[in-house]
Design a protein around this ligand. Structure first.
Ligand code: AGP
Length: 609
């Protein structure tokens, strides 16, 4: 939510900042702005809407300079408007600040500053920051001291960057709760909310920890602790390249990321499996401990929670461990009972989701151990968890999570098999059999991806509907939730997912000719029960879209449309079912003219409660 970028160096500041903002646009796209210092003078440009609007403005009113900061906004305090767009300045426009997060005490600070005679122009919480810095400068403090004094007054969370005419070569920055990375390239330094924004310029990076602040200038970087002293940090080599974050030949990132899934599965399998066993080298959790766990509590949000629901079934089936799932936002407030032998698993693509993070902190406060399944291993969750499992999906930029989801499901499956094996619950030959099936998943995914014609036809049929229902059972109940979430998220068609067995307990009342029903019914034990659901919907006029195993003519005959997936064991079917559901959402959104990679009102990483 909100993206920050800053640059000092010899390149065109405006171009570097705009290129960085475009790569951060997934964090918010309500408005954007830029502030640069040119010849000791601060200039600001802001525009409502996407980065392209700011680019247009800069085309007519270009900016020079050697240092600058920029921001793309996901509105929290104050409507999307030029006035509320960042950067925010003091009255004389000598100080400019960009911010990601929320200053929870801004009302109190604002009242104090108004009393002191400061004039506010926006409705944002952020505007208190430049006024506070000005106040301390007026009291005779240096820019560094004023910046630190301002930080010490703030409650809540932030990643923040500031430029000031009094220190024209420097960009000041700080972090508490929201991500910020500092990087160096060739005689240049930069900062951003996320590393991809700085590719390909960044060669080495430092991911800031909470309560760290500092500045970059053309020649140096300083990172300090807010409570005093230098922060001892070392540079890490940047390994992502432009290809990882660009759309490539695809019209949208979502489609590119859907197509990357076979590779993601191959990557995970090649890192985790050898001929004899499953490996989690990065997971600092002893086998003795894992074998003794009495109960696992999984918590996450959105798509990651849907993956967690499948993970719960894997843990029950393969590790014989009692497992539960919950929304992080509920778990943290309902004072859950948990004893010492319970492990809490957090699942997150970004590792920055505020609700999940708060839930995990709650778990740690209860002295529970926390294991996180994370795609972003430089994230806050990675730092705070007792141990992590790396998802290895590669940077996921599309707001709709796709490849991170399949990476989560697969990693949870391998983890459950690993725990089951160290508890001596799964005979080696049974494990080998499942893993042989898993090894065939990438090839089967590719088979689904080469034939998208029927899915495009269904998208044309769905594009004028207002409501849809998704039904599945056992492993595919979470897939019904995920299919519905994907469709509403990118196409804005209302969609709800239900457990097949619950259908007749209420949702059936919704079925009519205008409410299509997606029936997820691959081969396996629950197929016949899904046929009952199909009949229930069909006899009330519902148009059936089914997802079935190749050659399932019985269900195909009863369906208005059918999408086939290759045969696989029921427990692995979510890994294949995910693809047609993602494609269905994608093509429906495209058919409706929606901005697939930037769905309205959403941001990729939800860093506020
Ligand atoms: C999924 O398509 C969504 N964009 C959203 O539900 C997401 O999964 C959720 O916000 C959790 O994010 P995380 O995995 O980064 O924690």
């Amino acid at each position: 939510m909100c993206g920050i970028v800053g640059y000092v160096g010899g390149k065109s500041v405006e171009s570097v900042l705009i290129s960085g903002l475009k790569k951060l646009e997934y964090r918010g796209y309500d408005s954007a702005g830029i502030a640069v210092i040119d010849g000791g003078e601060l200039s600001v440009r802001k525009a409502v809407g996407k980065i392209a609007e700011l680019e247009k403005l800069l085309h007519n009113q270009p900016l020079g300079g050697t240092s600058g900061i920029a921001h793309t906004r996901w509105a929290t305090h104050g409507e999307p408007s030029v006035i509320n767009a960042h950067p925010h300045c003091n009255k004389e426009q000598t100080i400019a600040v960009v911010h990601n997060g929320i200053f929870e005490n801004y009302n109190r600070l604002k009242a104090e500053l108004l009393d002191d005679g400061f004039v506010f122009t926006s409705d944002t919480d952020t505007e208190v920051a430049p006024h506070l810095v000005e106040k301390y400068l007026n009291e005779g403090f240096s820019v560094e001291e004023a910046f630190v004094r301002m930080l010490r007054r703030l409650e809540g969370q932030y990643a923040i960057a500031m430029v000031c005419e009094q220190a024209p070569d420097r960009i000041f920055f700080a972090r508490r709760g929201s991500p910020l990375v500092v990087a160096r390239g060739k005689e240049e330094f930069m900062i951003a909310s996320d590393l991809p924004a700085l590719v390909p310029l960044a060669h080495e990076a430092i991911f800031l920890a909470d309560e760290e602040w500092g500045f970059i200038s053309p020649k140096e970087v300083q990172i300090l602790r807010l409570n005093g002293g230098l922060a001892e940090r070392s540079w890490q080599v940047v390994s992502i390249c432009e290809e990882d974050i660009e759309k490539g030949p695809y019209p949208h990132r979502m489609l590119k990321e859907i197509h990357e899934q076979p590779e993601v599965v191959e990557r995970i399998l090649s890192k985790r499996l050898d001929d004899t066993f499953i490996h989690f080298p990065e997971m600092q959790m002893g086998k003795e401990y894992l074998a003794r766990i009495g109960r696992i509590l999984i918590q996450a949000c959105g798509t990651s929670l849907n993956a967690g629901m499948i993970g719960r079934m894997y843990l029950e089936q393969f590790a014989h461990t009692s497992a539960e799932t919950d929304y992080s936002s509920e778990w943290r407030y309902r004072n859950p009972l948990a004893s010492g032998d319970s492990l809490v698993i957090g699942i997150s693509q970004s590792g920055e989701t505020a609700d999940t993070l708060a839930g995990l902190r709650e778990a740690k406060a209860k002295f529970l151990r926390v294991l996180c399944f994370l795609n972003n291993v430089h994230s806050t969750m990675a730092r705070e968890a007792d141990a992590i499992v790396e998802l290895m999906a590669g940077p996921e930029i599309g707001v709709a999570s796709t490849k991170a989801f399949t990476a989560q499901v697969l990693s949870l499956l391998l983890f459950a098999l690993y725990v089951g094996s160290i508890k001596w619950l799964i005979p080696a030959n049974e494990r080998r059999q499942i893993l042989n099936e898993v090894r065939q998943v990438p090839e089967k995914m590719r088979r689904i991806l080469v034939n998208q014609t029927v899915i495009q036809e269904i998208a044309e049929f769905l594009k004028n509907k207002n409501d849809t229902l998704f039904l599945g059972r056992t492993y595919n109940f979470p897939m019904a939730l995920e299919g519905a979430l994907k469709l509403k998220e990118v196409s804005y068609i209302h969609a709800s997912g239900y457990a097949g067995g619950e259908f007749k307990h209420g949702p059936l009342a919704l079925v009519s000719e205008n409410v299509p029903v997606v029936i997820i019914a691959p081969q396996g034990e629950i197929r016949s029960k899904m046929i009952s659901n199909l009949k229930e919907a069909q006899s009330r006029g519902g148009k059936i879209i089914s997802i079935v195993t190749e050659g399932d003519d019985e269900i195909k005959k009863e369906s208005h449309y059918a999408i086939e997936i290759p045969p696989c064991p029921e427990s692995l079917s979510p890994l294949l079912v995910a693809l047609p559901l993602q494609l269905l959402a994608y093509y429906t959104a495209v058919a409706r003219g929606c901005d697939v990679d930037r769905p309205r009102n959403l941001a990729k990483s939800v860093t506020v409660e």
